[in-house]
Design a protein around this ligand. Structure first.
Ligand SMILES: Cc1cc2nc3c(=O)[nH]c(=O)nc-3n(C[C@H](O)[C@H](O)[C@H](O)COP(=O)(O)O)c2cc1C
Length: 184
């Protein structure tokens, strides 16, 4: 096991698990909880799929439909919190980020990689969240113009490891991710 007092190694382990989430749909990090603040100031949380994770850029990415309420929330408050609990590693990862909503030509490369069967996640009619008369009174055509990448530029990371002795660390962008141990 690596030195438990090594802040940099602790952060590296978290990023490794986030990358595994992108690569492996069976990993718990594949499906973080993604929280936003609604235009009226109410917290909102939902499950999303993690599509990209880069420690060098301090960025994670999520794909969504631009007419979903989460995008309305992000237009009002372009911030999000992401949360993952990874049981096998006994690790909680919490990220906070500023979120850029990328659409149109900015997402050509990402759209090209979305499998045809998954493209129907972007284009539900009527819009997601609309009241409908019957449980299946909706259609799911793929709509290229509704596909968006939520580019989450991370500014804060909080890690909690439930080991024999618990560890908690906080990392911030302003400190170049050097990290600080916190009482768990
Ligand atoms: C396992 C799982 C993965 C999901 N992945 C995504 C996703 O990557 N992007 C997304 O917009 N919604 C995803 N959803 C649906 C959201 O949880 C949510 O129901 C939907 O996006 C509407 O959210 P909103 O009304 O808060 O905008 C996923 C749901 C589940 C259960």
């Amino acid at each position: 096991m690596s030195d438990p007092n090594d802040l940099s190694a602790f952060l590296g382990e978290a990023w490794q698990l986030l990358r595994r989430g992108v690569a492996d749909s069976r990993s718990p990090a594949r499906y973080p909880t993604f929280a936003t603040v609604s235009p009226s100031g109410v917290p909102e949380a939902r499950t999303v799929a993690l599509r990209h994770a880069s420690q060098a850029e301090a960025v994670v990415e999520v794909h969504t439909d631009i007419v979903t309420p989460k995008v309305t929330a992000l237009r009002a408050f372009p911030v999000a919190a992401l949360h993952v609990w990874i049981p096998k590693s006994n690790l909680q990862i919490r990220l906070t980020a500023r979120v850029e909503i990328l659409t149109g030509d900015q997402v050509n490369v990402a759209w090209a990689k979305v499998p045809p069967a998954s493209r129907v996640s972007y284009g539900t009619v009527p819009d997601p969240g609309t009241a409908i008369d019957h449980v299946y009174a909706y259609d799911k055509p793929p709509e290229r113009d509704r596909f968006a990448v939520l580019r989450c530029v991370i500014d804060h990371i909080d890690l909690v490891h439930l080991g024999e002795r618990h560890r908690r660390a906080e990392y911030v962008r302003q400190d170049d991710w050097a990290g600080t141990w916190r009482a768990p």
